[in-house]
Design a protein around this ligand. Sequence first.
Ligand code: FPP
Length: 241
Amino acid sequence: MSSFKEKIDTTRLPKHIAIIMDGNGRWAKERGYDRIFGHQNGVTSVRETTETAAELGIEYLTLYAFSTENWSRPQAEVDALMELLIDTIEKETPTLTKNNVRLMAIGDLSRLPNNAGEKLQRCIAQTSQNTGLALVLALSYSSRWEITNAIKNICKEVIDGKCNIEDINDDLISSHLTTKSIPDPDLLIRTSGEIRISNFLLWQIAYTELYFTETHWPAFRKENLYQAISEFQQRDRRFGK
Ligand code: FPP
């Protein structure tokens, strides 16, 4: 059976792939399990996707792991999800380093429980010298939170005389977002059949190619990523020109 991998032109890879990992709950329900079983299986997909992106030579992979809105889920699910996220990050840190992967995080990290925040910062520090794939976890992230925060900070700089209103442009706004050191995504993937963006990277996806698949996140494998990249390479990106 031929693979989508063979169709990929390795000289024209997306530099940055972002993923809305959706469908963990539905995947579990369809199999008669509770939602957390779906999240646990989602970890396998995270591992496989990270490994595949690193192997291909993708520079940035951003995963929407926990949204600001997710704080409103039942407390038991929030606690289980937090624990799973942080335990996984901690457990996988040696493997990340072995594969030269650098961990980064975007979002309102001040809302994470103390011990989770500390563990996350430790893993980020431990992998900070790695030079391969940057794995960016969006945690307690929402785009409107991020943009609101940027506006507040820019206003403060104007009031303090550090910046003039005339200096406010695309670049200045980008440099006040949590993604400031990260190029905009070239490709955004959403799994599980939902055709919406759900408050993810709204500013950054202005010219991003969008790819939607019916596959639930826990079933997402190497081949699904190859297929998405192969379709991305068939798109004609004109950036409005
Ligand atoms: C969406 O499915 C998924 C999430 C809210 C969490 C994603 C988390 C993981 C895959 C766990 C591990 C991640 C890392 C980075 C270690 P959903 O619950 O919204 O599913 P549904 O739409 O079917 O209800």
